[in-house]
Design a protein around this ligand. Structure first.
Ligand code: UDP
Length: 325
């Protein structure tokens, strides 16, 4: 049985990954500092509370188990926050990952799957975005992720550390079995905010900007179901068994939806109108982000299962009406 360390396994995507790996028969250990994650979200495998900035706790987890691979989700991930608190991002995302990579090399752990982001591209010069698009991030969040991808290429060349960086577009939805889902404090993401505005009457949804150069003026994003993202990580682990080097793959559905289209989809599912206010643009938001994920399809043999935005919103809705944390 393969031993996999999941850094950030108590977070939104990490907790879904823990579940998938456990069900696929892996021996999973979660390492998480609970700064944004939830202990209740980790229902499978071994638990280890620790921080990537604390090299002693990292050393302890690497001593305890001989891991075959690491999947690394532990990071700060909000564009807006990264603009006002960049030090938090450089410290957690760059220094924390550096500590992790050092431990991997020291303990001979050969492979890592890394959570990267569409934010590494910055303002797209062409759409859909292919991996060959220049990486010119426009905010500290994107820059920290691009910096780690650079580190991973250098570690592959010098130390033969194998890596796959998965550049997520907009992660959304929840485990269809309903036991885990998305729970951020504060919540900044569109789909949870749309759904919570339906559940909590005092919460009014804000639309950040309706003057973008898009068909209805609101931002267009490529929403990808969290379970599909997790499938790609599993495939990436297999890929790294067979391939040396450092790779990057986009993960998206290849179809963009505007904020107003998401709202309409949610209204159809819930059967209630959604009230919203128009607010100014949120700094750092590109108008359109849509993925070309052909590389993941051909190299990893990845096939997203949730290709209909309504299905994605539906799984999120099932979670939000009955969240357990
Ligand atoms: N957005 C919005 N209202 C919200 C949350 C998000 O209008 O309450 C917009 C946001 O400005 C962006 C899109 O929805 O254009 C997707 O934002 P989200 O934070 O979900 O993901 P991001 O694209 O930043 O990763």
């Amino acid at each position: 049985m393969k031993n996999v360390l999941i850094c950030g396994g108590a977070g939104y995507i990490g907790s879904h990954m823990v579940k998938l790996l456990a069900e696929a028969g892996y021996d999973v250990t979660t390492f998480d500092n609970l700064s944004t994650g939830h202990r209740e979200a980790v229902k499978w495998g071994h638990w280890f509370e620790g921080d990537l900035l604390d090299t002693l706790s990292l050393e302890a987890v690497f001593r305890k188990t001989k891991f075959d691979a690491v999947i690394h989700f532990a990071a700060r991930s909000l564009v807006g926050e990264s603009m006002v608190r960049p030090s938090l991002y450089y410290q957690n995302n760059v220094v924390g990952t550096f500590n992790l990579l050092e431990k991997m090399v020291e303990h001979g752990v050969p492979s890592i799957v890394f959570s990267s982001t569409a934010a590494v591209y910055g303002e797209p010069q062409a759409t859909p975005i292919h991996e060959s698009h220049p990486t010119l991030p426009i905010n500290p969040y994107g820059r920290t992720k691009a910096a780690v991808e650079t580190m991973l290429r250098d570690y592959a060349a010098a130390y033969r550390l194998r890596s796959v960086s998965l550049r997520y577009f907009n992660a959304a939805g929840a485990d269809p079995e309903g036991s885990i889902g998305e729970s951020h404090q504060p919540e900044t993401h569109l789909i949870p905010n749309v759904l919570r505005s339906l559940l909590e009457t005092e919460r009014v949804l804000q639309i950040f900007g309706d003057d973008y150069p898009t068909p209805d003026g609101t931002c267009v994003r490529d929403y990808i179901h969290v379970s599909d993202l997790c499938d790609a990580h599993l495939l990436a682990l297999d890929y790294l068994d067979k391939n040396e080097g450092a790779y990057s793959f986009n993960l998206g559905n290849g179809q963009g939806f505007s904020i107003l289209e998401v709202i309409r989809g949610a209204e159809e599912i819930v059967g209630k109108p959604i009230a919203y206010t128009l607010s100014p643009r949120r700094p750092g938001d590109p108008a359109v982000l849509v993925a070309d994920s052909q590389r993941a399809r051909s190299e990893l043999r990845w096939r997203p299962r949730y290709t209909d935005i309504r299905e994605i919103i539906e799984t999120a809705w099932q979670w939000h009406r009955n969240p357990t944390y």
